[in-house]
Design a protein around this ligand. Structure first.
Ligand SMILES: Cc1cc2nc3c(=O)[nH]c(=O)nc-3n(C[C@H](O)[C@H](O)[C@H](O)COP(=O)(O)OP(=O)(O)OC[C@H]3O[C@@H](n4cnc5c(N)ncnc54)[C@H](O)[C@@H]3O)c2cc1C
Length: 486
């Protein structure tokens, strides 16, 4: 056996310095050489180390080989061996949403919970071109002033209310964070943010294509900014990064067709959480999946055996499947055999967290002021609802003006409190992970409530499957309930 560390990501500044010091002018400081070497593994019998040495000394040949293998033969996963880290700075929260909807990448974003917002925001190009800039900037300034007032008032209130906590380690920071996390509900979606993104070339090509099809100028400009440094560094692994009619015309036609087809809006409940569909008899399906995985028989036999089990026997099987698990362990893969589809109506703050769960499927609608806003309970407690709603109303006035002329950019003036509907599909394994993080006592209250309602709905239809579903902070108590002190 032999394992060779063939590459790893290093800060680009370090690479630049090293190249300068070594007067390195070869063009092989690119992840393309790794992709090209790995691409040859399937057909070239030489050791991988030799293939890499070849790629490093003949970058042009490596690039041609990448083009042939990735784009000619369609062996697209080869492009996944090239990975990039991108600092994305000074974009709006809406632009962050547009990028972070792509699931095969890693993100870490500046938190509006932990960092005081300084009022920086993005003025979208369409709004400026339509002559609404003054009105837009005034509405954003109003939102930001309200943020500062609410933050100060919430801080005073919460510092008094949690005086005992202030004396503990990090207590002051925690309580200050609670004030920030609630005040930010009035801040607009134009607010500037920054995040780090780690992505492979294959996924980035997909991201670029979709971002370039976006109707918002900021998002299209961001696509160009993302592509520019990589087009020079790694020209052979990102090729089909332009939108086609599939990304543009088709989407518009679908929207028109959907509008023509829907004749009424009944059922648009706006309920925070609704379980709209799930696998038939999830507890039976889980037992069948477990018997299949661990029993070594065909699925039909596993299913029949599961169907014949008593409730007590099924409970014992599921209990065993979840035994010895810590709150950090993923549930057994058999839990992926059952799916649950929820319709959620969530605030922008809530969605900002929800979208980060990449193992879920999410169909996301536009923000809709008709769905109302989420008001943090602490804002109600300090009696500042009037100021809160004034900021919301100011944003919605501006929204209506913008919507008349540049509808694609109207959402920039909505706030973190505005809502949208999301249809999300999770398997039971991901639901366990989601609940562990988001129903935990450290989770933000808004998404924590969503996680609680999702758990309650899932428990009703799958009581055995969900027997250990809970936030990390409830794990030990739930474990004692199910397993005793064994
Ligand atoms: C209390 C709290 C505070 C947070 N604060 C911040 C913050 O300040 N800034 C911020 O940007 N985010 C923050 N997050 C978001 C957090 O970093 C995660 O992005 C989010 O919780 C989704 O979790 P996940 O990646 O485990 O879930 P999913 O994406 O659904 O993934 C589920 C599981 O799949 C596996 N997985 C998925 N993708 C990969 C991969 N590429 N490589 C390896 N394994 C993978 C992991 O086992 C993962 O647990 C916070 C989350 C919490 C709960």
């Amino acid at each position: 056996m032999k394992v060779v560390l063939a590459g790893y990501n290093v800060d680009a500044e370090i690479l630049r310095e090293l190249k300068e010091k070594a007067r390195w002018d070869a063009d092989n400081v690119t992840p393309e050489t790794l992709s090209a070497a790995y691409a040859r593994i399937s057909r070239d019998p030489r050791d991988i180390e030799e293939l890499r040495a070849d790629s490093r000394t003949a970058t042009d040949k490596a690039r041609r080989s990448n083009e042939t293998i990735i784009f000619g033969l369609g062996h697209a996963s080869v492009a996944e061996h090239a990975v990039f880290n991108l600092d994305i700075i000074g974009v709006s929260r809406l632009a962050a949403e547009a990028v972070q909807q792509f699931r095969l990448a890693a993100y870490t974003e500046k938190s509006q919970r932990y960092i005081t917002l300084d009022g920086d925001f993005v003025t979208p190009p369409g709004i400026a071109a339509a002559g609404f800039e003054k009105e837009f900037r005034a509405a954003v300034a109003f939102q930001n002033d309200t943020y500062r007032e609410l933050y100060a008032a919430l801080k005073t209130h919460l510092f008094k209310k949690h005086a005992a906590l202030l004396a503990t380690k990090n207590g002051e920071r925690t309580v200050d964070g609670w004030a920030k996390e609630d005040a930010r509900y009035v801040v607009g979606l134009a607010t500037a943010t920054q995040f780090g993104m780690t992505v492979n070339a294959r996924e980035l090509e997909h991201v670029l294509r979709r971002l370039r099809a976006d109707r918002r100028g900021e998002i299209r400009a961001l696509a160009e900014a993302l592509h520019a440094p990589l087009a020079a560094l790694s020209p052979s692994i990102i090729k089909y990064a332009r939108p086609t009619a599939y990304d543009t015309d088709r989407v518009e036609e679908l929207a028109l067709l959907a509008q023509r087809t829907i004749s009424h809006t009944a059922g648009s409940s706006g309920e925070p959480v609704r379980l709209v569909a799930h696998t038939d008899d999830p507890d039976l399906a889980l037992c069948a999946a477990l018997l299949f995985r661990y029993g070594g028989v065909a699925y039909d036999a596993a299913y029949v055996a599961a169907a014949e089990m008593s409730t007590a026997a099924r409970r014992e099987l599921v209990r065993t499947a979840l035994s010895e698990r810590s709150c950090w362990d993923h549930a057994d893969r058999a839990f992926e055999a059952m799916e649950f589809i929820f319709e959620l109506t969530v605030s922008a703050t809530n969605y900002a967290q929800l979208k980060r769960h990449r193992m879920t499927t999410q169909l996301v609608q536009d923000y809709d002021p008709a769905l109302g806003v989420t008001v943090p309970p602490n804002v109600v407690e300090i009696g500042r609802e009037k100021e809160f709603h004034a900021a919301i109303a100011r944003g919605e006035e501006c929204y209506a003006t913008i919507a008349g002329k540049v509808p694609e950019e109207r959402d920039y003036i909505l706030t973190n409190a505005h809502r949208r509907r999301v249809l999300t599909k999770l398997n039971a394994r991901e639901l366990y992970h989601f609940a562990a993080l988001r129903e935990d006592e450290h989770a933000q209250w808004d998404i924590r409530e969503t996680a609680r309602l999702m758990r309650e709905a899932a428990e009703k239809v799958a009581p055995l499957t969900m027997m250990m579903l809970c936030g990390k902070s409830d794990f030990d108590a739930r474990r004692t309930e199910i397993y005793g002190t064994e």
